[in-house]
Design a protein around this ligand. Sequence first.
Ligand SMILES: Cc1cc2nc3c(=O)[nH]c(=O)nc-3n(C[C@H](O)[C@H](O)[C@H](O)COP(=O)(O)OP(=O)(O)OC[C@H]3O[C@@H](n4cnc5c(N)ncnc54)[C@H](O)[C@@H]3O)c2cc1C
Length: 442
Amino acid sequence: MLDKLQIPKDTPYWWDTVEDKYYPKFSPSTSKSIVDFVVIGAGFTGLSAAYTLAKAGKSVVCVDQNQPGFGASTRNGGMIGSGHKVSYETATRLYGAEAAQQLVSEGLSSVEYTVDLIKHLKIDCDYQQTGRFRMAWSIADYHAMQKEVKQLKGLNDHLTLVDPQNQHAEIVSPHYFGGLIYHQHGGLNPRKLHDGLADAATEAGALVFADTPVIEIKKNGLVFSIRTPAGALRCNKVIMATNGYTRQSFAFWARRILPIPSFIIATEPTEQVASLLPGKRMMVETRSRHCYYRASPDGKRLILGARAAFTNIPQAKATATLRNLLNGIFPSLANINITHSWRGYTGFTFDHIPHVGCHEDIYYAMGYSGSGVAMAPYLGNRVATYALSEDQETTVYTKTRFYTRPYYRGRTWFLPALNVYYACKDVIENHRQKKDKIKRKI
Ligand SMILES: Cc1cc2nc3c(=O)[nH]c(=O)nc-3n(C[C@H](O)[C@H](O)[C@H](O)COP(=O)(O)OP(=O)(O)OC[C@H]3O[C@@H](n4cnc5c(N)ncnc54)[C@H](O)[C@@H]3O)c2cc1C
């Protein structure tokens, strides 16, 4: 069903909550002839790296091909948490027990780091440690959660299982079979966090330029030449922080990052939000539709994201899909209008784990696979520290494998097939849930 009252805006709700800020374009006269660092991409990763480097006394230029924040950093759901897209079990299978434990521990560190940074820089971004409620879509999912809590004992103890009988304290919906609370997680306004990081980076001395796409990177001797339409920047070191917006021409990274669109809506203000989400937490489901939702920081709107498609479908189609998902979860919101419906690109890796590294002397941090609000500022800091001195112990994300596949050259030709595969999976999961609901009634 398409919204009957109005066509939603196709820009993020978050953009309406702040004054627009415009950054200048790079021109060769605006920067030193050779700077210590050029950071490519002015999202959470790039700005956090620029801030770290400028604080360390380095001359830094951070460029974005659009206005800073045009990427995922101001388009996301504003849920800050420590999770990876892979379970502890999968991480152990891929990288062994020690690395899996480090991944859990650094996941938690990423939240601590970003929250401390928000507090230290006094960024007013509506941050609240609300906790996150991960809801089991089926009885089997709830059992898997019980198993995971046991596995994580001693590694992450900020968890509480909520059995199906008690989930009404968290959510009022006909779906779900209990869930797991991650107490360390929270919510914030990502546009405000982004703008606060940009202010911190510029105040520390970094130059931030907009509308300055990097077209080519060349190294002549010890100096890099960074080509942009306005002229070349010269620098000693480079950091790539382009995640899901990485251009195909940067083949090494483009072959390892899958730009997958992610869709999200915001409703008009409604008093119902408070009663539907009594636990006031960030909410995320286990089904592969991956619905996640929350109240806006003022508690008035519902913001919901989900997989509408893996491909770039028209906005009206994405809105309709998300509207139907919303109606299924909260039937009482069926007549509430959707005011915003937007999308952004996530940067997935083949192992669904982010990576930090150095390729042909170019440092990079990317591949957050849809979970970067805590991790991107954290790894922006880690990659900057690594680039400052490779001797410094940085992060487990330098030790995992950033790999590609022979069939992937940066063009996601296979995503339409994934749409079909996941459409079948949705049918199976919904069918399983129906059966579980019948069992619950017996
Ligand atoms: C709809 C959506 C919802 C999400 N929800 C959540 C959530 O609730 N919680 C969570 O943890 N994560 C979430 N994420 C993921 C999170 O937003 C990202 O992981 C994070 O913002 C990545 O930050 P980044 O700085 O690495 O990349 P981005 O913010 O995407 O920035 C990359 C920048 O690089 C620039 N760029 C690219 N190429 C060039 C070039 N050649 N020259 C100059 N500039 C260039 C782009 O313009 C862009 O601004 C979500 C993502 C999306 C899209």
